[in-house]
Design a protein around this ligand. Structure first.
Ligand SMILES: NCc1cccc(NC(=O)c2cccc3[nH]c(C(N)=O)cc23)c1
Length: 232
């Protein structure tokens, strides 16, 4: 998160850190007791290794009440996701067991009505991604408020040049932006998860490259299907 600030501890109890060998790789969030939603691109450099999911955390390293690392039983990327574009950039992770819910671990409701969030709506995004241009990685969760950018502006020739589909949305990226390690985290508008951070052009903090999110509503049926099948 560039240009943001340290979040108040445990006020985003849905936040997850996807880790490999104890290192934060991507964000994610709890959408059901045994399920975390993140971004498919996060599995790009994991050469087949399974993530572990840290829940209930503010600091990545310090001991905290209710902070717990969960093993993952299954990682299910959206079938349409691929390394060549940002389409269908979603990943569902089934935890080995149901997360123990408490003050620091809670499920975040996801948007199921497929209607665009109005431009200029101020939403918030949080993560343990890099906090400056030299790639400094924070120990604590950071957050940022950002206004939604209309798809027409985001698709302008000088911005994302007509690559933003109706299953994506954008926020203004002038100085304050998502960055490496924030992928997979939720864009929360009025207390509901409307989008999932995608790396897109990987550029951070440049107003010519607005932040891109995979909208969740268009994928509600896919999510429900995977959870129903996975829960058996
Ligand atoms: N503001 C939009 C936005 C949102 C989320 C993430 C990112 N930027 C990256 O993720 C990124 C950046 C720089 C080098 C990188 N190398 C790699 C990599 N996987 O090797 C990723 C990156 C950008």
């Amino acid at each position: 998160i560039l240009g943001g600030y340290e979040a108040k501890p445990h006020l985003k109890p849905y936040m997850a850190s996807l880790q490999l060998d104890g290192q934060h790789i991507c964000g994610g969030f709890l959408i059901a007791k045994q399920w975390v939603l993140s971004a498919a691109h996060c599995t790009e450099e994991t050469d087949g290794k399974m993530f572990q999911v840290l829940l209930g955390a503010h600091s990545l390293t310090e001991p905290e009440p209710h902070k717990r690392l969960y093993r993952v039983r299954a990682q299910i990327p959206h079938p349409g996701s691929n390394i060549h574009n940002n389409k269908d950039d979603l990943l569902l992770l089934q935890l080995e067991e149901e997360a123990e819910l408490n003050a620091h671990v809670q499920v975040l409701p996801v948007q199921r009505e497929d209607r665009d969030v109005a431009p200029d709506t101020v939403c918030e995004v949080a993560g343990w991604g890099t906090i400056n241009h030299s790639g400094r990685r924070p120990d604590k969760l950071y957050q940022l408020e950002r206004p939604v950018l209309s798809r027409d502006v985001c698709n302008h020739r000088t911005r994302h040049d007509h690559t933003i589909t109706e299953k994506m949305m954008c926020t203004d990226s002038r100085r304050k932006d998502t960055c490496k390690g924030d992928s997979g985290g939720p864009l929360v508008c009025n207390g509901v998860a409307e989008g999932v951070v995608t790396a897109g052009s990987r550029v951070c903090g440049n107003y010519k490259k607005p932040a891109i999110y995979t909208r969740i509503a268009p994928y509600a049926a896919w999510i429900d299907g995977v959870i129903a099948a996975g829960d058996g």
